[in-house]
Write a protein of this length. Sequence first.
Length: 230
Amino acid sequence: MDEWDVQSGMKGIAKMATYSVIFALVAAFAYWYAHEHNLVAHQGGGASKSRMLVSLGLLVVSSIPFLVLCVFEIRKFVTSGAERWILQGAASTGPIAELEEAEKLRAAGRPLDAIGLIREYLQTHPYDLQLMARIAEIYRYDLNNDLAAALEYEELLKHRLPDDQWAWAALHLAKLYGRRAELDKSLVLLERLDTKYGHTVAGRRAKKALEQVRNPGGEAGDVEKESEES
């Protein structure tokens, strides 16, 4: 378990503890108010309208942060769900005939035809953004065209992606920049991965690559080795 996992776990525990305390307070004040209201309504012994009003006030006050937290969680759930649908919901989860045909074309030594077929599919399924990485892969490994592959990754990174997907694409792009001797671009991208996406696997590999650049005699692998393992 790494430092990020530990920090995330601690935040989760603190959040759960906060919710539990607030819920317990609301429940306690609700019980107190119900008890006092019952005594006043039936004119039982020890009935007190002032205590009933005090318990009601405490119930209202404690309910406000509870309701705010509930609204926040519901909003976060709906927002993340909508984003997940936008990014992934339109993507087919089963076999895709066009992509299977594209792989056959690729295996038959027709990578440009495979790219064309994937692009046609993307025109009708624009949210299958991970397929842009497939195109970049074909450019890189089948056509040995690092420039075209880099341009494809650059276009992919313009979209809003889940952190893990963005980080992996950026790591591959940093590798391509390095192969093209665009070291400044590669370092800028690696530093961004390290600072903003350090919680992802790709971000941690970018950090190792930066350590190798800053300390060539160290044990960390270079960016090409790290991204090859993804």
